[in-house]
Ligand binder design. Structure first.
Ligand SMILES: [Zn+2]
Length: 384
């Protein structure tokens, strides 16, 4: 691929987005004036034979369970029991362990699940290609901030994170990658991104009973908030054959920032966003879901360059989609994609909490999760 040309686009996007957010984090750390004491609670072994499994109760799925219902349960659990899932922290690691346990409780086995562990050092040089080298300094500060008494999220001494990967084989070797990051920026992270994780969990649970033609790989990415580290590590770990088998990638991130459902799709080549038969199929499906279920779903093609994990796949010229729930009347429409980095109502604030969102837009957590759940299922079961 022509990396020089695409790099310009990505650098522009990232500079307006994630880096600005990280600079804000750094300033807070400096103002608070604390340097963290790095504690070392015990690391979890994710090797199948030494993983110490507990069995969380999971919402049950029956034939009549409405779409979105169990996803809302998962949002609530992540919001309440796993708040502050800071990248590179022990809480993030605990969340990864919970994800594995939930997948096992659904009936998947270690033959289907793998945990891909990576260190900052493994990943940073890969991320430099996207973000520039100043990123290393920012990640170091983020790491110190994570351990500071001010927030005390306990950065891991190993400087590690991990992707939790579930493979659901189909008749075809062609692969649909469905991703959502499970780390969070300080707060409960109900929208960013318990919502995306919950959508994937419900989809994986439903897929036990459904017949998927294509192979589906669900990836729960770690350390997205530190600069897409999990997704960048994942795409770079794939062999050429694995890349060739990828049909597309769908990323779910920030599904509850507002009551309006968006899908943003395309691929990027020579610094230009393009459409193909896959994005056309998605347009057709979205219109169908809208007609059949009365849910308004808006296409916003340029949004596919929004700062989240699908960018890592766009860099390898894969077709990708970014799903998000936003508010048409607020910052998003006034400032375009920059809304993700400016002070939106919910994102990266204490308001990113189940209770606030539920009060601000009554019923919308249910509505959004239902709409996205119906939509994702249609995308995963369609013919391409
Ligand atoms: Zn996010």
């Amino acid at each position: 691929m022509d990396s020089n040309k695409t790099e310009n686009t990505f650098q522009r996007i990232i500079k307006s987005g994630a880096v600005r957010m990280m600079v804000a984090v750094v300033l807070v750390a400096i103002i608070v004036g604390v340097v963290g004491v790095i504690r070392s609670p015990s690391e979890i072994s994710f090797a199948p034979d030494s993983f110490e499994q507990t069995s969380p109760e999971i919402p049950q799925l029956s034939a009549g369970t409405p779409h979105g219902q169990i996803a809302v349960d998962y949002v609530y659990t992540l919001n309440s029991d796993f708040f502050g899932r800071f990248p590179l922290s022990y809480r993030e690691m605990d969340t990864a362990a919970w994800l594995v346990e939930v997948l096992l409780a659904m009936g998947y086995t270690w033959d289907d699940i793998s945990v891909q562990e990576f260190t900052v050092e493994d990943t940073l040089h890969l991320a430099y290609d996207v973000f520039g080298e100043e990123m290393g300094f920012l990640v170091d500060l983020l790491y110190l901030f994570c351990s500071s008494p001010f927030v005390n999220f306990e950065a891991r001494e190993s400087r590690q994170s991990q992707n939790v990967i579930l493979t659901v084989p189909g008749q075809s070797n062609e692969v649909m990658v469905v991703g959502a990051h499970y780390d969070a920026f300080m707060y409960p992270g109900a929208s960013d991104n318990a919502s995306g994780v919950a959508l994937l969990l419900e989809s994986a649970q439903r897929m036990r009973e459904l017949d998927n033609y294509y192979t589906i790989i669900y990836v729960f990415f770690g350390a997205e908030e530190a600069g897409l580290l999990g997704s960048i590590y994942y795409v770079n770990s794939l062999t050429q054959e694995q890349h060739d088998n990828i049909l597309f990638m769908i990323n779910a991130d920030v599904l509850l920032e507002g009551p309006d459902l968006f899908y943003m799709a395309g691929y990027v080549r020579d610094n230009t966003r393009g459409e193909n038969h896959i994005t056309q199929t998605w347009d057709y499906i979205a219109q169908n879901v809208e007609t059949q279920h009365g849910i308004t779903i808006t296409a916003l093609p340029d949004g596919v360059l929004g700062p989240s994990d699908q960018l890592a796949f766009l860099l390898f010229e894969h077709t990708a989609m970014f799903l998000a729930g936003l508010d048409k009347n607020e910052y998003f429409y006034r400032y375009g994609m920059d809304a993700f980095s400016s002070m939106t109502r919910v994102l990266h604030s204490p308001r990113d909490c189940f209770y606030y969102i539920n009060e601000r837009w009554p019923g919308k957590i249910d509505d959004n999760m239902r709409g996205f759940s119906l939509l994702l299922e249609e995308f995963l079961l369609a013919d391409y």
